[in-house]
Ligand binder design. Structure first.
Ligand code: PLP
Length: 368
């Protein structure tokens, strides 16, 4: 039977696996950092209205520059990010994964490299691979924070073209201090003028402020965001960035024409009209996340401090066996390949109770 390796695929793709969090049909799914709350009915109705409006002109291509949507995203960032942002500073695409891909197509590519401080979001390395960008795995401390001296040394040594800083970090939940980002930005500019991409996919769940104000006066710094988590709209596929207008101009060189469908733009605009309600769910999830941290520690697990909508816990002598034991109890969590550690997404209070019951039993089993 013909397989991938029988096709003339690019050498660097041979023998590799695609991104693939298991999508298993179990009662409690806490493995992909989704928001557990469905969109509220008034918002569902508003989406139907706005999409119906968009449908009337679906014979035409959508606004290629998504100006209305970018204006509303800029308004949201200005309101919540601690820094005034205008439409020229904002760019949007199909999920922040596409934003990151456009950034690597623009600033990475063959003969160039990107660095991330691992363990971190695995798609950074995969998008690098897909865009022909060399990947450098930078260091992270035992406690999963970024050690500035070690990270700056890795930047000085490798002189990457793109530096990824994920805050809060996935899968560890660790937020990065503004001072650390500034020090790494300086290190990156000293090594070679390079782009620093701050991935803030989970920032709405953080105890700390957004790093958005750091874009001021730093044209090589980009903040990337998503509506998949805080806005509870993972199925929408809407990500965006904030940066100097020159960065927005630069990504135009690689974006596909009309990449954001009229339906996507209409749906995202409807969701943004309901920002306050959706951010109310975020407050509930933050409280549930903090409860998970406290209860897991109470049971006797080690827990990494979390600023995201998920919690990293351990340590397990056999991580995969622990993942399986939890799954046997009807709860799907994530094994991100960090030895000894698993990650659970904060769900509804009932889902979190089911998870806590499962890991309480697991702890008893391990103590036996
Ligand atoms: C750190 C981080 N960045 C970006 C993304 C991509 O999100 P999306 O493409 O849904 O916007 C994720 C998704 O899990 C993530 O964890």
């Amino acid at each position: 039977m013909t397989g991938i390796d029988d096709l003339p695929v690019r050498d660097e793709l041979r023998g590799k696996s695609p991104y693939g969090a298991p999508q298993l049909d179990v009662p409690v799914q806490l493995n992909t950092n989704e928001n557990p709350y469905p969109l509220p009915e008034p918002l569902v109705a508003r989406i139907a209205e706005r999409v119906a409006e968009a449908a009337r002109t679906l014979n035409r291509y959508p606004d290629r520059d998504a100006v209305e949507l970018r204006t509303e995203l800029a308004r949201y960032l200005t309101r919540t990010g601690g820094h005034p942002v205008a439409v020229e500073n904002v760019w949007a695409a199909n999920g922040s994964n596409e934003v990151l891909q456009q950034l690597l197509q623009t600033f990475g590519g063959p003969g160039r490299t990107a660095i991330g401080f691992e363990p971190s979001y695995s798609m950074h390395a995969l998008i690098a691979r897909g865009t022909g960008t060399g990947w450098i795995s930078g260091p992270r401390s035992e406690d999963f924070t970024i050690d500035v001296a070690a990270a700056a040394a890795a930047i000085a040594e490798n002189r990457p073209d793109v530096v990824f800083i994920t805050s809060p970090n996935n899968p560890t939940g660790t937020a990065v201090a503004a001072d650390t980002v500034l020090a790494l930005y300086e290190a990156a500019q000293a090594a070679k003028p390079s782009m620093v991409v701050v991935d803030e996919a989970y920032v709405e769940f953080s105890h700390r402020d957004s790093l958005l104000p750091l874009i001021e006066g730093r044209p090589n710094l980009v903040v990337s965001r998503t509506m998949s988590k805080a806005f509870g709209a993972a199925g929408l596929r809407l990500g965006y960035l904030a940066a100097h207008p020159a960065v927005v101009d630069a990504v135009q060189l690689v974006r596909l024409p009309y990449h954001l469908s009229a339906v996507t733009q209409a749906t995202a605009l409807a969701a943004l009209e309901h920002t306050d309600t959706l951010l109310g769910y975020v407050e509930q999830l933050k409280a549930e996340r903090d409860r998970l941290v406290t209860e897991l520690r109470g049971i006797g697990y080690e827990v990494t401090d979390s600023d995201a909508n998920f919690v990293q816990f351990g340590k397990f002598p056999d991580t995969h066996a622990a993942w399986r034991r939890i799954l046997d109890r009807g709860v799907l969590v994530r094994d991100n390949g960090v030895p000894g550690w698993l990650r659970v997404t904060a769900g509804t209070p009932e889902e979190n109770d089911a998870f806590l019951d499962a890991v309480r039993e697991l702890m008893k089993e391990q103590e036996r």
